[in-house]
Design a protein around this ligand. Structure first.
Ligand code: PLP
Length: 379
């Protein structure tokens, strides 16, 4: 089955009760048993729920994995991965990282004795310099947020294999439409399904997908033991979102390209960060590991002026000034004061998150309307 078919049919079956094509929202905490332990595979909804189960199968299918796990948020999914570790273990992570992931790593898990190395991975061979006998996990986010750097997943995977370390990839920005990290050698794929997978800015959810049965069992144990699951209503919405992922992504990519090119030609714009430019430092890797370049981009206005950037984002009329990304509607954000405010100024400026940086999540509206909106806001 190819990708577009998988989004609709992958590991899905009509519901057993009445043949419903969409799995019903099984809004129940518990299930009647005929004798103690005698149930139909579902005993309690923290452990298993049929609607969530259908979604977890869809997650596994679209990422070419064997096992999917759904969580109450992207960060809850990352939290579950970190619970594979124990005090003294070390993690090598992308330095240009989603702010909430950075906060979870440094403010929660460092306190539990896990050590993090934040590394510029645009040249992925750099990862190897930080490996020692305590290294247990490599955490990769690509494209990165908000600088749209590209990390070579295959190179990261070969280093991980060589040293017997797990490789996890946050695939939120790319989605499996653009890249499938398990096929490139990753052990774990993570999503904030809040973003492109849900796709309609109407839910908060996380996902993990793996191939290996042992790893899946350990993660299922953590999912049930820690309990950060999502509810059946949100599972239903995410499943519905997945069914149009490929169509939405195609339009996100087309609009993203048009806007990146428009901004690059604008006299008030200093730089545009988008992996589809031949001048992007990792264009060749992006081209090789991604099917297209996505709908996320960032840009800087000339003069690096904070007030100017704020004025631009406040003047936008079709782009909504908001956190988050990946929905059908276009959003604009100011990373330094919004998504990345939890990263110290000095740290974020090192990776390019300066005060004048604006991030766009390009939606699926008409390209012309979006460009005109940017034109008036920059004017
Ligand atoms: C939003 C996001 C997360 C966190 O996910 P939540 O669903 O908000 O908990 C992690 N990684 C990336 C790249 C994100 O964009």
């Amino acid at each position: 089955m190819k990708f577009n078919t998988k989004t609709i049919h992958g590991k899905q079956h009509p519901d057993k009760a009445y043949g419903a094509v969409m799995p019903p929202i099984y809004q129940t905490s518990t299930y009647a048993q005929t004798t103690p332990g005698g149930h139909k595979g579902y005993a309690y909804s923290r452990s298993h729920n049929p609607t969530r189960h259908a979604l977890e199968n869809a997650f596994a299918s679209i990422e070419n994995g064997e096992f999917g796990l759904a969580f109450g948020s992207g960060l809850a999914a990352i939290d579950a991965v970190m619970k594979l570790l124990k005090p003294g273990d070390e993690v090598i992570s992308t330095n240009d990282l989603y702010g909430g992931t950075y906060r979870l790593f440094t403010s929660i898990f460092e306190g539990f004795g896990i050590r993090f190395h934040f590394v510029g991975m645009e040249n992925a061979v750099n990862i190897e310099n930080y490996i020692n006998s305590n290294t247990k996990l490599i955490w990769v986010e690509t494209p990165t947020n908000p600088m749209l750097n590209i990390i070579d997943i295959k190179v990261a995977a070969s280093i991980a294999k060589k040293h017997n370390v797990l490789l996890a990839v946050d695939n939120t920005f790319a989605t499996p439409y653009l890249q499938q990290p398990l096929d490139l050698g990753a052990d774990i794929v993570m999503h904030s399904a809040t973003k492109y997978i849900g796709g309609h800015s109407d839910l908060v959810m996380g996902a993990l997908i793996v191939k290996d049965k042992n790893l899946a069992d350990r993660l299922y144990f953590i999912q049930n033991a820690s309990g950060a699951i999502c509810g059946p209503q949100d599972s239903f919405l995410a499943l519905r979102g997945i069914k149009t992922l490929h169509v939405r992504m195609q339009r996100h990519c087309e609009n993203g390209r048009a806007i990146a090119e428009y901004l690059a030609s604008h006299p008030k714009v200093e730089s545009v960060y988008w992996p589809g430019f031949k001048s992007h430092p990792n264009y060749d890797i992006a081209k090789a590991q991604m099917k297209d370049f996505g709908g996320m981009l960032s840009f800087n206005t000339k003069g690096n002026n904070y007030e100017e950037a704020i004025k631009v984002v406040k003047s936008l009329k079709i782009f909504t000034l908001a956190e988050s990304l990946g929905g059908v509607e276009s959003l604009a954000g100011h990373p330094a004061s919004m998504t990345h405010a939890s990263i110290p100024k000095e740290e974020r400026e090192k990776i390019g998150v300066v005060d004048s940086l604006i991030r766009l999540s390009v939606g699926i509206e008409d390209e012309e309307d979006l460009i005109n909106d940017l034109k008036q806001a920059l004017g």
